[in-house]
Design a protein around this ligand. Sequence first.
Ligand SMILES: [Zn+2]
Ligand SMILES: [Zn+2]
Length: 288
Amino acid sequence: MQLPADYHMHTPLCRHAVGEPVEYAARAVEVGLSEIGFTDHSPMRRDDFDNWRMRADQLDEYVEKVRRAQREFPQLIIRLGLEVDYLPGHEEWIRELAARHSWDYFIGSVHYVSDSWDVDNPEKLSKWKERDAFEVWSIYFERLTMAAESKLFEIIGHADLPKKFGYVPQRDCTPLFEKFLDAAKRADVAIELNTAGLRKDCKEIYPSPQILQLANARGVPITFGSDAHAPGEVGMNLSRAVELARATGYTHCSQFVQRQRNLAPRERRTCDAHVAQTLRIARKRCAM
Ligand SMILES: [Zn+2]
Ligand SMILES: [Zn+2]
């Protein structure tokens, strides 16, 4: 099976990942990927917001690390992205980030359900015990819906992240998922199949088969990502994610170049003229 692009990976700048982009790229070549994209955790306007992202003054260094990998691995397509935290009120900051570099795509992720609780943070597990899971999931999906509607992102990250530690509501969450996916469809934003969930307590790809079925029924596009925080995780379980995508009805996935959905699969795009040509044939999709 030719693996799809792995569009979600990190760098040590976020303070909880190991390995330089050149090492991730080397691993990508080793496992047979033809395209990857770096998406380290975006800086916040305030560097003291939390302790698991790059500082704002490291953004140029991040881009240079990715550019170095692009220079050293010309045989591999390497995209420049960011995993950007969506919190209501941060829209202007996200627009500022977007203007700073020539990004290929932004993954919009919700980790925070309030200014102080990132639901996937193991240091804050006790918060889950104080709260009703359905209430937390409701806030989460409300924010995810806002992220899709904001049109600030090409891809929405790990759409059901709150399941990470196994806190899944007893109540039916279908209406929350449907509202989010309707918004994603309207905004023409993709969702990612993120295999990191398989490495967590939930032991399941993000998002669930149910969400993927609802997404496919609406024609919401997809991408794939390992969410690698170490070179050895690049491409991890992507073949399982492809199987899941196919089982839920998907036949194509999306690629992004300079914030446009792109299509023709696996061509080399190394010069501006070629990019322009690629963009003209945009709005098709690549076969998985
Ligand atoms: Zn991370
Ligand atoms: Zn994330």
